[in-house]
Design a protein around this ligand. Structure first.
Ligand code: ZN
Length: 377
């Protein structure tokens, strides 16, 4: 073979393998996809985002374009009120400008912009986002942090504690409630807590969400570009919060957040209350085919996953599996064939699975039952 022909072949092979890899990374495109659950629409939200109007590095319109690429339903640009490193270069006495620019740009787009701010204080109480606010200027320049929360609440805001595990505030990275947080919860001024922020996850924040009846929140807290921070060209995704709403409106999102119907989607993990997390897993997995192999009692069962998250399953049911051990993965937007040893031919049977990469509480995973029904002869 001539050397030039050989090089051409190598180049073609390399190109096809790169192509195959990118197909694999985004087999369903970049837009994040999860199915609806019974009674609710599954909305994809990111409510902690920065632009040049605080300490971020991009103009608000770029945030809108990123969100549309990611297939999000709603975002909030939550500029720090009290931290404004670009103020000399970009003076903006009106703290609503970031929201207004994004809203104007998003008018022709299918994306909801929720008005938000980040109340940025030393510990306690640290940083918090207030979203669904009316006027950022009225929350700015309030000296007493509790008064700032009161003003946000007067405007009808949903507020949540940001990165309670931040090691610049808690050196051991362990989220803990302070007396001021207890007061904020007591007065119903604080409604949620970030269990996921940027590239971190906090078991302790998840425990606090249950102990103090706070909504589980997950955000990107993006300052640079989403593509670079979360390695989207390599198949990554930004952390988002799934909100289970009665309809696709800001009002319905707010109602769902106060009702604590949220799930965090972080790396390959889903974290949320059982009432919504279990139905989400159930809606994502469907038995698409079932048949016995000839006269045997080995059932061939196809399970399809219609969501963006792969599911790591542990078989906790009555039947052993012929072609897998007790733990196996059902790939995102893919399917798996299980050969189930039911020991006798049955008209239908249950597959009981524990979903190991979904978390209700630290160490506690949802269990689902897939009903397998054999076709009638
Ligand atoms: Zn922030």
């Amino acid at each position: 073979m001539r050397r030039s022909t050989l090089y051409l072949l190598i180049a073609l092979l390399a190109a096809s393998s790169v192509h195959a890899q990118s197909e694999h990374s985004h087999s369903h495109g970049r837009a994040i996809e999860f199915p609806d659950i019974p009674s609710y629409q599954t909305l994809k939200c990111d409510f902690h985002i920065h632009t040049v109007f605080s300490d971020g590095n991009v103009w608000p319109t770029i945030r809108v374009e990123e969100a549309i690429k990611d297939g999000l339903d709603a975002i909030s640009l939550t500029e720090h009120l009290e931290y404004q490193p670009h103020l000399d270069d970009i003076p903006h006495p009106d703290r609503n400008r970031s929201y207004e620019i994004a809203t104007e740009f998003a008018k022709a787009q299918d994306l909801m912009i929720i008005h938000g701010v980040e109340i940025t204080r030393d510990m306690p109480p640290g940083h918090a986002n207030a979203i669904f606010v009316q006027d950022a200027n009225k929350i700015n320049n309030i000296e007493d942090p509790v008064e700032a929360y009161r003003e946000a609440n007067r405007q009808g805001a949903f507020t949540f504690w940001n990165h309670p595990n931040w090691f610049r505030q808690y050196e051991d990275g362990v989220a803990r409630m302070t007396d001021m947080h207890l007061q904020l919860v007591e007065e119903n001024l604080l409604h949620g807590i970030e269990v996921v922020n940027d590239i971190t996850y906090s078991d302790e924040a998840l425990e606090i969400s249950y102990a103090h009846d706070l909504t589980i929140i997950s955000t990107s807290d993006i300052h640079g570009l989403v593509d670079w921070q979360f390695q989207i060209p390599e198949g990554g995704h930004r952390p988002i919060m799934l909100v289970f709403a009665t309809e696709r409106t800001p009002e319905a999102i707010k109602e769902a957040m106060f009702a604590k119907r949220t799930v965090a989607y972080f790396k390959n993990l889903l974290i949320g209350r059982e009432a919504v997390l279990t139905p989400l897993v159930e809606a994502s997995l469907q038995v698409t085919k079932a048949t016995y192999e000839g006269p045997t009692s080995v059932a061939f069962v196809d399970i399809e996953n219609v969501s963006d998250a792969p599911f790591l399953c542990r078989n906790v049911g009555n039947y052993r599996i012929h072609n897998e051990a007790d733990v196996f993965e059902i790939p995102a937007h893919g399917s798996i064939e299980l050969q189930v040893k039911t020991l006798e031919q049955m008209a239908n049977f249950d597959l009981d699975l524990e979903i190991l990469n979904a978390t209700i509480k630290p160490g506690e995973h949802p269990k689902i039952t897939l009903r397998v029904t054999m076709p009638k002869e």
